[in-house]
Design a protein around this ligand. Structure first.
Ligand SMILES: Nc1ncnc2c1ncn2[C@@H]1O[C@H](COP(=O)(O)OP(=O)(O)OP(=O)(O)O)[C@@H](O)[C@H]1O
Ligand SMILES: Nc1nc2c(ncn2[C@@H]2O[C@H](COP(=O)(O)O)[C@@H](O)[C@H]2O)c(=O)[nH]1
Length: 200
C-alpha cells in the first residue's frame, strides 16, 4: 500500500527563506524538522541537537547517511535514523536541504511521499543583505556567495522540474500564503489555536 506520510523537502539558495518556512511550519502546523548533521561552526543562537548536530570531521563520518554533501566548504548530511525517528509519531515532517540533497530524496526515498518545495527570489542580490541581517559573519557570507553551490541553488534543477512546488519569497506574507495553500491541498491544517500564526 502506498504511504500517506509526507516529507516536505525545503530547498533553494542560501537566504531564500528555507529555515523561515520550516519555523513557520513548526509554529502554525506543528510540523517538526528532521535535524541534519554539519561540520560548519555554530551561528550565534544555534543549539546543538535543535538546529543541527554539530560535528567534527571524525564524528561526521560515523553517521549512517542517506546522503551527504559538501556545501561552501563544510560537510552536511541527513541520516536514515533521523528520517524514521521523525515519522515514528507524525504523518508530516520537513527537512531543509541543498538542491543536491533534494534531488537525492526525490530519486531515492520511496518510503515516504517526498514533496520538494523550492524557495526562490526575484532579485538574488538582496540575499547577502538578508544573511547580514540574520547576523551571519561577513567572511562566511562572502565565502558562501562565492561558492559554486550558491550559484547552483539559485535555479530550479532539471531533476526537480515538474516535481517541486515553487515558492517565491520576495515578500514573507505572500510566501507563507503560498505555503498555506499547498498544505491545504494536502489536507494539512493549522493546529487548533495557532490559526493566526504568521511569523516564522
Ligand atoms: N520575505 C522576506 N523578506 C525579508 N527577509 C526575509 C524574508 N524571508 C526570510 N527573511 C530573513 O532572511 C534571513 C534568511 O532566511 P532563512 O534563514 O530562512 O534562509 P535560508 O534559506 O534558511 O538560508 P540558509 O540556507 O543560509 O540557512 C533571515 O534573517 C530571515 O528572517
Ligand atoms: N544535502 C544536504 N543539505 C543540507 C543538509 N543540512 C543542511 N543542508 C543545506 O546546506 C546549506 C547550508 O546550510 P546552513 O545551515 O549552513 O545555511 C543549506 O542549503 C541547507 O539547506 C543535509 O543534511 N544534506
Amino acid at each position: 500500500m502506498a504511504t500517506t506520510k509526507r516529507l516536505l523537502v525545503i530547498t533553494g539558495a542560501t537566504g531564500t527563506g528555507k529555515t523561515s518556512v520550516q519555523h513557520y511550519l513548526r509554529a502554525r502546523y506543528g510540523i517538526d524538522r528532521i535535524i541534519t548533521h554539519t561540520t560548519r561552526p555554530q551561528r550565534t543562537g544555534e543549539v546543538d541537537g535543535r538546529d543541527y548536530y554539530f560535528e567534527d570531521d571524525a564524528s561526521f563520518g560515523q553517521n549512517h547517511f542517506i546522503e551527504h554533501v559538501h556545501y561552501a566548504g563544510y560537510q552536511y548530511g541527513s541520516s536514515f535514523e533521523g528520517l524514521d525517528r521523525a515519522f515514528a509519531q507524525a504523518d508530516v515532517a520537513s527537512i531543509v536541504l541543498d538542491t543536491a540533497g533534494a534531488i537525492t530524496y526525490v530519486q531515492r526515498v520511496r518510503k515516504y511521499r517526498v514533496e520538494p518545495i523550492f524557495m526562490t527570489i526575484t532579485d538574488p542580490s538582496v540575499l547577502a543583505r538578508r544573511l547580514q541581517q540574520r547576523g551571519d559573519d561577513v567572511q562566511m557570507i562572502n565565502q558562501r556567495i562565492a561558492s559554486a553551490e550558491f550559484e547552483r541553488d539559485l535555479a530550479l534543477p532539471p531533476e526537480l522540474v515538474g516535481k517541486a512546488h515553487v515558492v517565491v519569497n520576495d515578500d514573507w506574507d505572500q510566501a507563507r500564503a503560498a505555503v498555506d495553500a499547498l498544505l491545504n491541498t494536502w489536507g494539512v491544517h493549522p493546529r487548533a489555536g495557532e490559526e493566526n500564526v504568521t511569523a516564522s
